[in-house]
Design a binder for this molecule. Structure first.
Ligand code: HEC
Ligand code: HEC
Ligand code: HEC
Ligand code: HEC
Ligand code: HEC
Length: 245
């Protein structure tokens, strides 16, 4: 009897928690999402891209990046006049609430820095980050990570927009290109060129040797001994059977 009460109490609590979170989510629709989705076309594109992205899954809604007020009640946009929509728009995308439209330069870095201070710090100090901030053709964060569907870029595809020679680019960290990286890259290129002229095969053997630690060597030795033992055992069994007949 006591046990049953316990189970009911747990079920009831779980129900209450689920219900509360569900109704909470329904009570507070995001004004940016609602309006932009209803407007359609290019204004709705950020919403469709953002849905299912790592940011939306992590609860990073529009206003966390752009600022503005996402809590105003929008209601059914189809029933509103053009002027009413414009009024809602300026109430939501308001400068007073820190709204930022399409940022570039330091303003873009500030937007991302709120949550990615380490990445912004590293990139700002790098050769490409400086080239971007000083308007010298460096890539913005959103060239490599789309603004609304933040994915890790394909290398070297994304680099070839600006670089003709992308050999070795998969071996370096593009967020942190420094003088040391350029040296590292030229060494990688020399190595890759040498491998190409010598053919891939001869260089394979030393590479395998380099990779083997004592653990792997032990494992291989153990495997060989085990194999020899089993082989011997099979031979022994076969001979035994032959003798028996
Ligand atoms: C991770 C930060 C981030 C989030 C979250 C975000 N945006 Fe953006 N948004 C940006 C950046 C950065 C740009 C500038 C893009 C560029 O320069 O290419 C931008 C540009 C835009 C633009 C200008 C047109 C365009 O497509 O470039 C619109 C409209 C927009 N965002 C709406 C939204 C809406 C609506 C949401 C919520 C569904 C949202 N954004 C969520 C960062 C964000
Ligand atoms: C009631 C409708 C409505 C709401 C609510 C709304 N927007 Fe907009 N938004 C628009 C319209 C219409 C435009 C395009 C016309 C313009 O730029 O003035 C626009 C343009 C934008 C742009 C591009 C403008 C630029 O300066 O580059 C961004 C970014 C944006 N909205 C983000 C947001 C964010 C973030 C929110 C929520 C805090 C939001 N919007 C709420 C209607 C809305
Ligand atoms: C309000 C906080 C916030 C802001 C602002 C923000 N992000 Fe994020 N971002 C996150 C969270 C949370 C994650 C999930 C992964 C994690 O915990 O690092 C994430 C993940 C990412 C990832 C990793 C994607 C992956 O597939 O691993 C990239 C790239 C990224 N953000 C780029 C940006 C860029 C560029 C901006 C500025 C335009 C930005 N973010 C602004 C919170 C934020
Ligand atoms: C030239 C391309 C490029 C630019 C520009 C760039 N990134 Fe990245 N970013 C990358 C690559 C590639 C990775 C994946 C690195 C890895 O897997 O180690 C990455 C990783 C990240 C991550 C995820 C880190 C993790 O470990 O999950 C975040 C967050 C991020 N970048 C934010 C930014 C921000 C913010 C900016 C602008 C200040 C920026 N990136 C500029 C290429 C770029
Ligand atoms: C929007 C254009 C742009 C994109 C995209 C871009 N870069 Fe760059 N990159 C630059 C500029 C500009 C410089 C600075 C050149 C200088 O100052 O000498 C640079 C410099 C470099 C350097 C050091 C100098 C050199 O040319 O070897 C490396 C390495 C580099 N980028 C790698 C990458 C990688 C890897 C990617 C892709 C993940 C990439 N870049 C994407 C513009 C870009």
């Amino acid at each position: 009897m006591n046990e049953k009460k316990w189970i009911w109490a747990v079920c009831f609590t779980v129900f209450l928690v689920l219900n509360a979170s569900a109704s909470h989510a329904q009570k507070a629709p995001n004004a940016c999402v609602t309006c932009h989705e209803a407007l359609g076309g290019t204004l709705a594109k950020p919403v469709t891209e953002w849905k299912g992205s790592i940011h939306s899954l992590a609860g990073v809604t529009c206003e966390r990046c752009h600022g503005g007020n996402a809590k105003i009640a929008v209601g059914n946009l189809k029933k509103l006049s053009q002027a009413q929509i414009a009024a809602l728009q300026s109430a939501s995308m308001s400068k007073a609430d820190g709204f930022v439209g399409t940022p570039s330069g330091r303003k873009l870095f500030n937007m991302c820095e709120k949550c990615h201070s380490y990445e912004v710090g590293t990139f700002s100090a790098s050769i490409m980050g400086k080239a971007y901030l000083h308007d010298k053709g460096g890539p913005a964060c959103v060239v490599c990570h789309h603004a609304h569907r933040n994915t890790i870029p394909q290398i070297p595809k994304v680099c070839s927009k600006c670089h003709r020679d992308t050999v070795g680019f998969t071996h370096i960290d593009p967020m942190n290109v420094t003088v040391a990286t350029i040296k590292q890259l030229s060494n990688i290129r020399i190595k890759l060129a040498r491998e190409k002229t010598q053919g891939a095969r001869p260089s394979m053997a030393p590479r395998i040797n380099q990779k083997l630690g004592s653990y792997q060597v032990g494992l291989i030795a153990f495997g060989a001994v085990l194999f020899l033992f089993l082989f011997g055992f099979v031979i022994y069994v076969i001979f035994e059977k032959g003798d028996g007949k």
